[in-house]
Design a binder for this molecule. Structure first.
Ligand SMILES: Cc1cc2nc3c(=O)[nH]c(=O)nc-3n(C[C@H](O)[C@H](O)[C@H](O)COP(=O)(O)O)c2cc1C
Length: 323
């Protein structure tokens, strides 16, 4: 069963992916955060920073597309095939209003007939690589999945990765495991599970209770604990030197990418929302970290966090609440 890194916009892009692979490894596959192809049949320079095969060399990467327009999906998938990617993924899960308002992401799940037409066009277009789909169980109610499963089953989707929530759940509450399990017998293609796998024990439990799944996809927990894939394969927990090296490499790469350290501090704070849960205590330091504006203040606080605070083997309750 593959263990894959979830696509997470602004978190798991090219910078994170390269450094994660280099320092911790262990993920069998990395999904890019969504890329939106437009009517102009060319990726922009910015999109190419994410997609260029040279920058992704050495890793197994699946680019993810966000669109409801078959023509746009088709040119983009063919272009990705030319670039050497063996697979492309369609985003049917994004819950953001700006995306769903245009009928994209999980907004597409409200229109199963239109979705069926989309797939008819896409699977008829001679795209020479695998097409996988990342979906939720529905928009407002997981009973909607019955219709969606009927649509998905009609097409040669290479893998259906299910984030076991509906759009109205956003990222909160427990995943709908019962609805996920009920859906499995209806799906002829390989199925992957996604949603709230946070600890190695939870990954193991899923592997042993659902041996038929093709993959387990891990998102937020891999930002909190970048060694999670390695640990799930029997390797070591994240060490202090590794965490420091990882942080410093992200900081340096983002500073180079943004062209200034100013925007980097704000960006790095997003990572700390998850990563802080791997450290014991340090409430005052993390509060100060959130307030820090100047790069020198930020770096000084990070230095103290990574040098002084005890590191846990696995993250504590943080972005989720105890059951
Ligand atoms: C900040 C953030 C950005 C995300 N961006 C994407 C995205 O670009 N494409 C996508 O399919 N899912 C995206 N997701 C959803 C994740 O891929 C994943 O489905 C979700 O976080 C649940 O998995 P987890 O509990 O392992 O984190 C995003 C989630 C978060 C929190």
């Amino acid at each position: 069963m593959k263990l894959t890194l979830a696509p997470m916009e602004s978190l798991t892009g090219i910078v994170f992916r390269r450094r994660h692979h280099e320092i911790f490894g262990g993920a069998d596959l990395y999904y890019t955060p969504f890329v939106t192809p437009t009517v102009k049949p060319e990726f922009t320079e910015r999109q190419m920073k994410e997609l260029s095969p040279e920058r992704n060399a050495g890793m197994s990467v699946v680019p993810q597309l966000l669109t409801r327009t078959p023509e746009n999906f088709i040119w983009a998938a063919k272009r990705l095939a030319e670039m050497g990617y063996p697979e492309v993924n369609l985003n049917l899960g994004c819950p953001m209003g700006t995306v769903t308002g245009k009928g994209k992401g999980s907004g597409f799940l409200r229109h199963p007939l239109e979705l069926e037409e989309f797939f008819e066009r896409v699977f008829d277009a001679g795209i020479p690589i695998r097409i996988s789909v990342k979906t939720r169980l529905g928009w407002a109610d997981d009973a909607e999945f019955e219709d969606l499963a009927r649509v998905y089953s009609r097409f040669p989707i290479s893998e259906l990765i299910i984030h076991a929530r509906v759009r109205k759940d956003f990222y909160k509450g427990s995943p709908r495991r019962a609805a996920f399990e009920a859906a499995l017998p209806r799906l002829p293609m390989p199925v992957g599970y996604n949603g709230d796998l946070r600890l190695v024990g939870e990954i193991r439990e899923m592997e042993s209770s659902h041996p038929g799944l093709s993959s387990l996809m891990i998102g937020r927990a891999a930002v909190a604990n970048p060694a999670i894939f390695r640990m799930a394969k029997g390797g070591a927990a994240a060490g202090r030197d590794e965490i420091t090296a990882f942080h410093d490499a992200l900081m340096a790469d983002y500073t180079a990418a943004f062209g200034s350290v100013g925007n980097t501090v704000g960006h790095m704070k997003q990572y700390w929302f998850y990563m802080k849960n791997l450290f014991e205590g340090g409430d005052r330091l993390f509060k100060a970290l959130l307030k820090a504006k100047r790069a020198s203040d930020y770096e000084e606080i990070v230095r103290r966090i990574t040098k002084e605070l005890p590191i846990r083997e696995e993250p504590a309750y943080g972005w989720w609440k105890p059951a």
